[in-house]
Ligand binder design. Structure first.
Ligand SMILES: Nc1ncnc2c1ncn2[C@@H]1O[C@H](COP(=O)(O)OP(=O)(O)OP(=O)(O)O)[C@@H](O)[C@H]1O
Length: 264
């Protein structure tokens, strides 16, 4: 018998049911996330991608099931400090603080480093995301893409090994969006950060995704899982083909069959 030599998943949702007001949106989900993956969560509008993300990061309590996160404790942080980073669609920067202060915030909250050390670390994170010249700007003075970069710098300020991104390219032009993809790849490949990303942008999925799950309203679950280009090219499932090829709409759930935006 083969013995599975792979390390256990860094994140594992087991028998997870999530929903609102007692009504399940996704039921009995099993979702392991491999260490080092860039997992794209895909699905039509309203299939529960954001709801799932909120449960995975512990922001909302699932109706049932559990989420197991296997990350090493950081000896320099208190045990209750977050070990995951999150970038919401809005980037959620504090408008009255400079970019540097925004990035320094988690360090001020969770470490007892002196202010100069905190500034040094925050500057290093800004350099990593290409915003070193903007540390004294206010968020309102940044473009959409820069705000996302600042949000990512803050999300990784505490060296989180897991990063969750909710539609990072929303509202960005294709060039800015591609540059953001490059940054996500750098974080993944150079720093080893595991990424879970909700996105509608298929070009981005093909560029950065090592793995993806396709959610579907009919089954309230995952209808396909695998490497995005493999699902696109090999799947015979009409729901998967509809999503990746925009060939036909689904008989049973019209809105769910809307394909992701395919750029030329
Ligand atoms: N705060 C909320 N309260 C009640 N219902 C909600 C809430 N947020 C989402 N829902 C419902 O849960 C379902 C799934 O929504 P969710 O935002 O998770 O889907 P999604 O796949 O992320 O959609 P989209 O791609 O349009 O962002 C929808 O029917 C939505 O109306």
């Amino acid at each position: 018998m083969d013995v599975d030599q792979r390390p256990p998943p860094i994140l594992e949702a087991r028998r997870l049911t999530v929903g609102w007001g007692g009504v399940p949106i996704l039921e009995d989900l099993y979702l392991p996330v491999e260490r080092g993956a860039v997992l794209c969560v895909l699905g039509g509008s309203g299939t529960g991608k954001s709801t799932l993300l909120r449960a995975l990061i512990g922001l909302d309590r699932p109706m049932s099931g559990e989420v197991i996160m296997r990350v090493e404790p950081d000896p320099y942080l208190p045990p209750e400090a977050p070990r995951l980073g999150v970038l919401f669609q809005s980037a959620a920067l504090f408008g009255s603080m400079t970019v540097l202060e925004n990035v320094a915030l988690p360090l001020r909250r969770w470490t007892d480093l002196d202010p100069r050390a905190i500034e040094t670390i925050a500057r290093a994170k800004l350099r990593l995301v290409g915003l070193e010249s903007y540390e004294n700007h206010l968020p309102a003075e940044l473009s959409g893409g820069m705000k996302k970069r600042a949000g990512i710098a803050r999300a990784i300020a505490l060296e989180a090994p897991l990063l969750f991104l909710d539609e990072p390219s929303a509202g960005l032009d294709p060039v800015t969006s591609a540059a953001l993809d490059d940054l996500i790849l750098t974080l993944n490949r150079n720093l080893g950060i595991t990424v879970v990303i909700v996105t509608h942008e298929l070009q981005s999925v093909y560029r950065i995704g090592t793995d993806c799950v396709l959610l579907h309203r009919d089954t309230k679950g995952i209808v396909a899982r695998g490497r995005p280009t493999v699902l696109r090219d090999k799947s015979k499932d009409p729901r998967v083909r509809a999503f990746f090829h925009a060939e036909h709409s689904l008989r049973s759930s019209q809105s769910d069959a809307q394909p992701a935006q395919v750029q030329p």
